[in-house]
Structure formats: structure tokens, C-alpha cells
Design a protein around this ligand. Sequence first.
Ligand SMILES: Nc1ncnc2c1ncn2[C@@H]1O[C@H](COP(=O)(O)OP(=O)(O)OP(=O)(O)O)[C@@H](O)[C@H]1O
Ligand code: NI
Length: 263
Amino acid sequence: MSPLLSISGLRISFVQYTRGLRRRETVAVAGMDLAADRGQVVALVGASGAGKTLLAHAVLGMLPPNASESGVITYDGAVLTSEDRRRRAGHEIALLPQSVDFLDPLATIGRQVRRSAQLAGRPESYAVAALADRGLGSEVLRRYPHELSGGMIRRVLVTMATMGDPQLILADEPTPGLPQADVTAVLRDFRALADDGRAVVLITHELRGALEVADSVVICRDGRTIETAAPADFTGDGPDLPPYSRALWQALPGNGFRVEQPC
Ligand SMILES: Nc1ncnc2c1ncn2[C@@H]1O[C@H](COP(=O)(O)OP(=O)(O)OP(=O)(O)O)[C@@H](O)[C@H]1O
Ligand code: NI
């Protein structure tokens, strides 16, 4: 049985025109592999610019027009064509966007959540119930985004992204800047979504938080996925970890901030 999502040999490059209209191709993703099955949270961890968001956008068919992509992405055992991506995005496959700019600052939460319910073919009452399921009372409906805390905003975004009952959720940095209690709550939401039988790809810089909820950790660097590690191996000095994962682990606060670069 193939996993719900399988990405192999993903490569993404951009064509840019420099002065004098010279055409230049820059390779942003040079070789990424990732698999996520129903019931799993797969954390995708890596430095800024490593290509994590591009991978998520590729699966959703959201790459910009000057991007070219190669490699194979399959969903439920079949190659995910551009047409499939467009059809499934927002329904079967959902993106929790990296930027909170996704919310309209001038519209109430109620209006935005009802609209996403409508797009997902759900009644308005479903939107209110879905918010309540995430611990947000009906008073939130009347508020504007700037009147909510960062943690509440993230919960609204999770609610909107899951309105169409997606089977695969790609969450792009859902926790930056949140207080620890909110980070834990948001990450637990993803664990619960996976436990309900969905596949979750959790893009994050927060290795420690990811380890609490992930089934596997895929590490990427410079446009490539270079290692896959088991959360249980991130312990002590990480003797069973592959080299780059071990270096990341040892560099964390509390683990001595050691910064030996492997290889
Ligand atoms: N539209 C674009 N045109 C050209 N290059 C791009 C474009 N979008 C992204 N890139 C480049 O691709 C690389 C990967 O970008 P991406 O946003 O996927 O990184 P990331 O791993 O998500 O980083 P972060 O953790 O900061 O969000 C970066 O070097 C970025 O500059
Ligand atoms: Ni990103």
C-alpha cells in the first residue's frame, strides 16, 4: 500500500530574467523526498530558505508561474496531476498558510469562517461548531483578526483549513511567535487530526515541539531532504541519530548549544 502522500525527487527551479534580458535558472528545491500516511504527523524541519514552503505549495498546485517542477508526487497511489491539485486543494488537501495575512484584517472572524464553510459546502452552523470544537466561543465571531491573540488566530486558521474535511493537511509554520502554551495546544490539534485518520505534514523550525507530536522527522537543507529520523532517537546526545539531525539536536538550548557541523 502506498502512503497517502508520496513525494520523490521533487525539484523546483525558477526562471528569472536579469539585466539585458539574460535568462537565468535558479534551483530552489534540488531533490526532496517525503511520505506521509493516514494517521501520521510528519515534521519537515530545516533552515530558512531550505524549500519547505515550496514543497507544500507544489502539492497544492500553488507554485508561481515562473516555477518549473519535476519529480513525482502521488496521492493515494496515483500521480497528482496539476488538474488534480487544483481540484483537491482546499477540499481533500488543505494548506494552513505560513502567513497570517491570509486573514482579511477588515472582516470579522465570523464572516471569514462562514465564507470558508460556504466554499467547503458546509452550512454556517458547521463553522460555529468547528470553532467551538477548537475552544473558541461564539463571541469570537464578532471580532476582527487584530482583536485575537496569536494562538486564537492560529486556531481560526486551522478551523478554516479543515472545514472541507481534508485527508491531507500541510501546515506551514503554524506556531512562530506563540507562547509555549499556545504552541503545545496548536501542535496537539495536529496530532488529533492525524489520530482521526488524516495525514499531516507539519513544517516547522521548532524541533522540540515537533518531537512531541510527530511520527517521523524529515530534515531538509539547501533544497534537499537529507535525513529522516525517529522522534524517539532525539534523546541524550542522540547516538542513534543521523549526523545532521544530531547536530541540530545538540545545538538546541538545553542540549549545550554545541554547534559542530557534520561533514
Ligand atoms: N517566486 C520565487 N522566485 C524565486 N525564488 C523563490 C521564489 N519563491 C521561493 N524562492 C526561493 O526558494 C528557496 C526556498 O524558499 P521557501 O520559501 O520554500 O523556503 P522555506 O524553507 O519555506 O523557508 P522559511 O523557513 O523561511 O519559510 C528560497 O531560497 C527562496 O528565495
Ligand atoms: Ni517557509
